[in-house]
Design a protein around this ligand. Structure first.
Ligand code: PRP
Length: 208
């Protein structure tokens, strides 16, 4: 893959939007990744390949230069820490927020809160920046259940429509950050494959 530019995409519900953005700059996989178990695809452009990864892995592949570019949620980038790549473009896809949420009818809480989240680094940074000591409990999904069952007092999670919170008797309380899908580029690829990468960034920017 050395001479080629490899673009890592996030599989799942954001993939449609990512493929749509690429199609707008005339990069179309030879086969529809949504109908295939393959993970790497050639495209209509001989110099471009796409790779389909779990969201949490896009930054890792781009950091190590296996993928030259990637499309990744800012939530994942904040957790990853973000070294070895640039973040030249906000693609504006998958817009949502990372928020603190808690029970609608919250009982009196202790001074040291238990916070359940899969965004442990983001949550730690947020509370540290406010000088608040908390205990973070790492979960991998269904965060909303934690305050309901008493596992934690509050959660730090993605809120898009707010429907999941509402359905579980929770309310959004504090905005930590706005989230959207970002284009990331490996730092050394940006130098060694500058012309093609720059032209893709420019066309994506024009297409947005
Ligand atoms: C996210 C998040 C919430 C939900 C919020 O989960 O963890 O559960 O979406 O969306 P809403 O505000 O529109 O209800 P997702 O479906 O991405 O699954 P996950 O548990 O794998 O994170």
């Amino acid at each position: 893959m050395s001479g080629k530019v490899v673009i890592a995409l996030t599989k799942g519900r954001i993939l449609d939007a990512e493929l749509d953005v690429l199609a707008r700059v005339d990069i179309v996989p030879e086969e529809d990744p949504r109908d295939s178990r393959k993970l790497v695809f050639g495209t209509n452009r001989p110099e471009v390949e796409v790779m389909i990864l779990r969201g949490a892995d896009v930054a890792t592949y781009v950091e190590h230069g296996i993928a030259d570019m990637g499309m990744s949620g800012k939530d994942v980038l904040l957790e990853h820490g973000g070294t070895g790549f640039y973040e030249p473009l906000d693609l504006g896809l998958g817009k949502c927020r990372i928020m603190v949420a808690g029970l609608k009818d919250e009982p009196p809480l202790p001074s040291r809160l238990k916070i359940a989240t899969k965004f442990t680094n983001t949550a730690k940074r947020y509370y540290a920046s406010r000088g608040i000591q908390v205990d973070i409990i790492k979960l991998y999904g269904a965060m909303e259940l934690a305050p309901v069952t008493g596992l934690a007092h509050r959660i730090v999670d993605i809120v898009e429509t707010g429907n999941t919170l509402k359905a579980n008797g929770l309310v959004p309380m504090e905005l930590i950050t706005e989230i959207s899908t970002r284009l990331i580029v490996n730092e050394s690829s940006y130098k060694t494959k500058f012309e093609i990468i720059k032209s893709i960034i420019d066309s994506l920017e024009g297409a947005l």
